[in-house]
Design a protein around this ligand. Structure first.
Ligand SMILES: Cc1cc2nc3c(=O)[nH]c(=O)nc-3n(C[C@H](O)[C@H](O)[C@H](O)COP(=O)(O)OP(=O)(O)OC[C@H]3O[C@@H](n4cnc5c(N)ncnc54)[C@H](O)[C@@H]3O)c2cc1C
Ligand code: SF4
Ligand code: SF4
Length: 424
């Protein structure tokens, strides 16, 4: 039986890895970040059930780490692929972690003593971390990483670590894996909101992105789960969600619908109404896309909780008298309306992972004009590519929600399994 390489340890790659390992296939899960989990680990609750995201994902992450048929390669990337289906040679580069992965037990003494604080990318920029850190408390593998860019070499972490796990020097290393097939599950990146200058993201402190909002709502996030204005720390009395930021936008080169933003905005609007019944919530939208099982009912529930859906988009956010002002044409009534929200959440769209073009080139598969990987066809071969033995799944193919990612991860796993057992 051959091994399978999976590029990307988000929920799609995790599901594919568990399915393959459960059938006796050796899996190498390649993740460029220090932990597996991907975007799902950043979310608070998940539509349409409002289950806690990590309550679903964390047990799967632990299953991956305990499965003898799965080898996790974190801080790692695929830098070369040679060969063909059944006989690929995949070259992996492991980037420096400055930690001995065998010695570190994740106790966190080094984190507590480190004096350097920098912004935490995992918290989408609204939280802080140390120069030696875990991106979040439930990382897998449960070990730290040292960030050489911000470390001031004070030496405190070297002294406190009784296991001598912290390393002053570390270098990238390369290794080669023989694999029967490869699954690419490298996921997505959210739209850079500052590109829509008219909404004042990074200019107005109380204009945030939906991913930042997820971190804010999360009990283990930077505000311990409370929704606050970044300007004055107060609970906002009116929150406005602006939909389709970086989606369905032809001039931006992002003509497609991101699929999940209507649903996650509805989710977060409901969560605000439940947590802060005195806070007004308005969703500004073009169309509501609630296509999945139970999604229409979810939308109706939000309305019954008092969420206002206003069909119309503001041209810009302006400031007047210390307030944010949005002027909108309500396209249902034809009337102009003026809203003065205390917090604006931009529902940013989903685009391909930042290095997807390079990954595609290394794998010898094409990408679409949008940057997502191209399937062999979009109907009966949606996880296959033009290169036999290389499969694609999840949001690296197109925007999709978690249930669809899991289903596609499973489909890709089955195709990869057939390759892996072909010569048995
Ligand atoms: C604000 C927001 C809220 C959402 N809420 C919900 C919700 O409530 N319910 C729901 O169903 N969906 C929701 N979604 C969508 C959900 O996040 C995705 O469906 C899902 O997380 C995608 O999983 P994935 O594994 O395909 O991609 P990702 O989670 O992006 O995982 C991809 C992984 O691959 C890694 N990677 C990327 N490139 C490489 C490379 N070259 N080499 C190695 N590793 C690489 C990444 O670091 C990452 O860990 C939401 C999305 C957003 C933006
Ligand atoms: S490096 Fe040492 S001190 Fe830091 S978490 Fe690992 S074992 Fe603990
Ligand atoms: S040596 Fe660097 S990482 Fe370690 S405690 Fe000092 S600043 Fe933090």
């Amino acid at each position: 039986m051959g091994d399978v390489v999976i590029i990307g340890g988000g929920v799609t790659g995790i599901q594919a890895a568990l399915d393959l390992a459960g059938h006796g296939i050796m899996v190498h899960l390649i993740e460029r970040e220090p932990s597996i989990g991907g975007h799902m680990a950043q979310l608070d609750k998940t539509f349409p059930t409002n289950d806690c995201s990590m309550c679903i994902l964390s047990p799967k992450m632990l299953d991956v780490s305990r499965n003898p048929n799965i080898r996790i390669h974190t801080c790692s990337e695929v830098i070369g692929i040679e060969g063909e289906k059944g006989h690929f040679r995949v070259t992996i580069r492991k980037n420096p972690r400055y930690i001995d992965e065998e010695l570190c037990n994740g106790c966190g003494d080094c984190i507590r003593i480190c004096p350097v604080e920098v912004y935490n990318r995992f918290d989408a920029g609204i939280g802080i971390r140390k120069a030696i850190y875990k991106p979040h408390p439930q990382v897998v593998p449960d070990i730290v990483i040292k960030d050489p860019e911000h470390c001031i070499e004070c030496g405190l972490c070297y002294d406190i670590c009784g296991r001598e796990a912290v390393q002053k020097e570390d270098r990238a290393s390369e290794s080669v894996i023989e694999a029967a097939s490869i699954i690419i599950a490298s996921g997505y990146e959210v739209f850079e909101a500052a590109k829509k200058d008219q909404f004042g993201y990074l200019r107005y402190p109380d204009v945030i992105t939906s991913l930042e909002f997820e971190r804010m709502m999360n009990a283990s996030g930077p505000t311990s789960g409370s929704v606050r204005r970044l300007s004055d720390g107060k609970i906002p009395r009116h929150v406005v969600f602006i939909q389709c930021v970086g989606s369905r936008d032809v001039p931006l080169g992002r003509p497609y619908c991101s699929g999940v933003c209507c649903m996650y905005a509805i989710k977060n609007a409901m969560l605000i109404r439940e947590k802060y019944p005195d806070t007004e919530v308005t969703i500004l939208y073009m169309d509501i896309r609630a296509y999945g099982k139970g999604y229409e009912e979810y939308f109706e529930r939000a309305k019954s909780l008092g969420v206002r859906f206003l069909r119309g988009m503001p041209a810009e956010i302006i400031e007047g008298g210390g307030e944010m002002i949005l002027r909108i044409e309500n396209t249902e009534t034809g009337k102009m309306e003026e809203i003065r929200p205390e917090l604006v959440v931009l529902s940013v769209g989903i685009g391909p992972a930042r290095d997807s073009a390079e990954v595609a080139a290394r794998c010898g598969i094409p990408v679409e004009t949008t940057g997502f990987f191209t399937s062999l066809d979009d109907k009966i071969n949606c996880v296959a590519t033009i290169r036999p033995g290389i499969y694609i799944a999840g949001t690296s193919v197109s925007p999709k929600d978690i249930p669809d990612c899991v289903a596609q991860g499973q489909a890709a796993a089955m195709r990869a399994f057939l390759d892996a057992v072909k010569d048995c």
